[in-house]
Design a protein around this ligand. Structure first.
Ligand code: ATP
Ligand code: MG
Ligand code: ZN
Length: 461
């Protein structure tokens, strides 16, 4: 048997099989039952949400010799011919490749004739927003006075590109993005019928990755199947779809949250060079940040390895929840703007840098003077900046974050004061007072100053 892509093999053949668009399919079934079909429909909505599939079902349902409860029987002569694309009265036009006025003029002449075999002549015009202006005008003439035996079904992902004159003549249905649960449901059916063994966790990842588009979900499933293993495991799916590893996420999240522009730029370049899927990457960072917020309120909400969890907790407790939440909003916006962009890399890189800068700006908007003074001090206070960069080099990000908001004062040759800001909370205070932390600071200062020096913490509250 010739190989047929899963998404084609599982193109829904009845309204019942279209998931997540119940409002639309119920309305259409009722119209058919009551013989009240419209003469022009517009199906709009995101890609892979069922527009073309529904149009094909509708085209059969209106012509079926033996419809059941508004559904096509898929067994009569008419249905069978339609399913084999051999029914002359159903015409599918891809406006992306047939966008000229001539194509539509042909239709205008044709519609005058009564259907050859079926009750209705049905024209499905896919990607209708791609029609040229001339073609739109020609179509409009036909839509103004469609013969009784003609039905137009226009489908598009970009209804805003259609002239209002066309919009106003169609009965419009907006297809929704399909929920994760509904995608999982459909994937389970497909896996069952195709004897595909798959973990629940794997299904969940696929459903989430596909962003409401069923076709994408099925394509990802297909990629996983083609690896040829007995059972599709969650970890394998992660690998296949390119979910980044923990260290990666930890690193970029830390750099973003600490507004470390230089490092963020390096991270962005690295990710681009490795050819990672950038949208997925941003989405993963968003999820990671969300988990950080969760960790501030709960201990065991997230499924990470024990060691990783400890590192996340360390990072989470140094940060203000609002800072993380703002970052999540910014990153979600970035992900959205990347979705339709042709040059994703540029948007990705500039977006990340802008976000890491905006973080700093938000702070300075709150207390412009103090921050400026601090900045100035920081520049002068080269002890401090050397300590900070040493901490960073050693990946002591939490201490780095805490010390960023503190003052380091050299009292004399033998004594240094680290003066912590008032906003330092108890958890961080305790963290800095741990012997291990003190040891690290001491070590770093020793390296910077090239000699042993006493360190005293000064807490301002
Ligand atoms: N709502 C749905 N229920 C079940 N399967 C669906 C649904 N939407 C899409 N699919 C699956 O995805 C495939 C593509 O769907 P379809 O062509 O109907 O999407 P579309 O909305 O026309 O997308 P596009 O805008 O990209 O043309 C179908 O063959 C089917 O396997
Ligand atoms: Mg389509
Ligand atoms: Zn039939």
């Amino acid at each position: 048997m010739a190989y047929v892509a899963l998404y084609r093999r599982f193109r829904p053949k009845t309204f019942e099989e279209i998931v997540g668009q119940e409002y639309i399919t119920t309305t259409l079934k009722n119209q058919i039952k009551n013989d009240r079909v419209a003469h022009a429909y517009l199906f709009s909505g995101g890609r892979g949400s069922g527009k073309t599939s529904t149009a094909k079902i509708l085209a059969r349902a209106v012509n079926c010799l033996n419809p059941k409860n508004g559904e096509p029987c898929n067994e009569c002569e008419i249905c069978k011919q339609a399913l084999e694309n051999g029914l002359i009265d159903i015409t599918e036009i891809d406006a992306a490749s047939n966008n000229g006025v001539d194509n539509i003029r042909d239709i205008r002449e044709e519609v005058e004739f009564i259907p050859t075999n079926a009750k209705y002549r049905v024209y499905i015009i896919d990607e209708v927003h791609m029609l040229s202006t001339g073609a739109f005008n020609a179509l409009l003439k036909t839509l103004e006075e469609p013969p009784k035996h003609v039905i137009f079904i226009l489908a598009t992902t970009e209804p805003q590109k259609l002239p209002v004159t066309i919009l106003s003549r169609c009965q419009r249905f907006d297809f929704k993005r399909i929920s994760v649960d509904n995608i999982i449901k459909r994937l389970k059916i497909i896996c069952n019928e195709s004897n595909i063994d798959i973990e629940d966790g794997a299904l969940k990842i696929i459903a989430k990755m596909s962003d409401g588009a069923m076709r994408d979900a099925i394509s990802i499933l297909e990629r996983c199947v083609s690896v040829g293993e007995d059972k599709i495991l969650e970890d394998r799916v992660r690998e296949i779809v390119g979910i980044p590893e923990f260290d990666y996420l930890m690193e970029i999240a830390t750099h973003l949250l600490l507004n470390d522009r230089v490092e963020v730029l390096k991270d962005a370049e690295k990710i681009i060079n490795e050819g990672k899927n950038l949208e997925i990457f941003v989405w993963e960072v968003v999820k990671f940040m969300r988990d950080l917020v969760m960790l501030q309120v709960s201990d065991d909400l997230v499924a990470y390895k024990e060691d990783d969890l400890v590192r996340m907790k360390d990072l989470a407790r140094t940060l203000n929840k609002d800072v993380i939440l703002n970052m999540i909003t910014d990153l979600s916006e970035l992900q959205n703007s990347m979705k339709w962009a042709t040059d994703k890399e540029v948007i990705f890189e500039t977006g990340l840098i802008r976000i890491s800068m905006r973080g700093t700006k938000k702070e300075s908007e709150e207390k412009p003077e103090t921050t400026n003074i601090l900045k100035q001090k920081e520049a002068e206070d080269s002890l401090k900046s050397r300590v900070l960069s040493a901490l960073k080099e050693n990946k002591r990000m939490i201490m780095h974050a805490i010390l960023l908001n503190s003052e380091i004062k050299q009292v004399d040759d033998e004594l240094i004061h680290i003066i912590f800001s008032q906003s330092l909370d108890d958890v961080n205070k305790q963290y800095m007072q741990k012997d291990e932390s003190k040891g690290i600071i001491k070590e770093v200062v020793r390296n910077v100053m090239d000699k042993d020096i006493k360190i005293k913490y000064v807490f301002n509250n």
